[in-house]
Design a protein. Structure first.
Length: 356
């Protein structure tokens, strides 16, 4: 089933690409809701040039995000999460470059657009809460000046219209309009983060990508921000990609999630299923390393992550995996579907494995 892409219309594309509508339904609030694939990433590769060779930070990632869901991307620091986000948003700068792949958003491949057309999409259709966003605010400008400038840059709003919009969105995130007259250093960390979220949703984008939005905040502020992000989806229909190494935050917030390791996706599934019945060995060890209230010894993941300059042959987790087999050291596992909608890249579930 197909439907017209609003983004194609906005960009003046006479070919009118179409969105793909999933052939399955989700039953909610006594209504059948058709899921639409809002974002689809196909075999994306993002590398960084160096004198030693290419750092293959994102090396063949494919995933899809459905309209109206909160989708999580989890994994250890350095696994490629932030580079994946930058690749989707076309924010890669030298020495980085996009080697290959496709990124379809509302039916259009973002990697084929020129800079002027991609600039129309940023903020208006796809918005971004960057890692370390509390420090992304200009310390010498009042919130009003930098917020309205950003809105005017990516829309046809006048300065007065932009001010009214940002005042409204500050209210949505629980801040008074008086915040506009403040400098960033006059606000707490949680308030600065809410300002950045207000700016991100100001132009009513279809998709917001939040990269480590709760890092370096105390647990009370973290909880309130997670609730705010969930409210944005529930009350305003925002589709959200939540990127974090914090597995507990994923458990509280996201509907589906992808586990990333060494530049690749190793498992995708519903959040509850992944936490209660993880399939990939890395996912199992990652979840077992979460601190718990019970007085149990925290289990770390043995070994160290490999270098993106020289990924190991075969499965990239085999040097740390307790269930490693001979085939794991020579052949890279493909993503296969098991148990309904669960997708996993592991030889344990293939023809050579012990589990089926």
């Amino acid at each position: 089933m197909l439907k017209e892409s609003k983004l194609a219309y906005m960009l003046g594309d006479k070919n009118y690409p179409y969105l793909r509508v999933e052939p399955t339904v989700k039953y909610a609030d006594n209504k059948y809701v058709w899921w639409t694939t809002l974002l689809e990433v196909i075999d994306l590769r993002v590398y960084y040039k160096s004198i030693f060779g290419d750092y293959k930070s994102v090396d063949g990632v494919s995933l899809s995000v459905k309209k109206g869901e909160i989708f999580g991307i989890a994994g250890e620091s350095g696994c490629g999460k932030s580079t994946l986000v930058d690749g989707i948003l076309r924010l890669i700068r030298p020495p980085g470059y996009i080697k290959s792949g496709k990124v379809f958003f509302e039916g259009i491949n973002l990697l084929e657009l020129d800079e002027s057309r991609i600039n129309k999409i940023r903020w208006s259709r796809i918005s971004y809460i960057p890692q370390g966003s509390m420090n992304s605010l200009n310390p010498v400008l009042r919130i009003e000046e930098q917020a309205t400038d950003a809105l005017i840059e990516h829309s046809n709003l006048t300065k007065n219209e932009a001010k009214r919009v940002i005042e409204e969105k500050l209210g949505v995130v629980g801040l008074p309009k008086e915040v506009l007259r403040s400098y960033p250093h006059e606000l707490s960390g949680g308030m600065r983060q809410r300002v950045v979220i207000a700016m991100a949703i100001a132009l009513n984008p279809s998709l917001v990508i939040a990269d480590e939005p709760i890092t370096a905040l105390d647990v009370v502020v973290q909880k309130s921000l997670l609730k705010l992000l969930k409210d944005l989806r529930d009350n305003y229909g925002v589709t959200l990609i939540f990127v974090s190494h914090d597995m507990a935050a994923h458990a509280q917030l996201v509907d589906r999630m992808a586990i990333m390791y060494a530049g690749k996706i190793v498992e995708v599934g519903d959040t509850e299923e992944i936490f209660y019945n993880p399939q990939h060995p890395y996912t199992k060890l990652l979840i077992s390393s979460i601190p718990r209230l019970e007085k149990k010894e925290i289990k770390g993941i043995p070994g160290i992550a490999p270098s993106p300059l020289n990924w190991p042959k075969g499965c990239r987790f085999h040097t740390r995996c307790p269930w490693v087999m001979d085939i794991c050291t020579t052949h890279e596992p493909e993503m296969i579907q098991i148990n309904g909608g669960r997708i996993v890249a592991c030889h344990l579930y293939g023809e050579s494995g012990r589990q089926h």
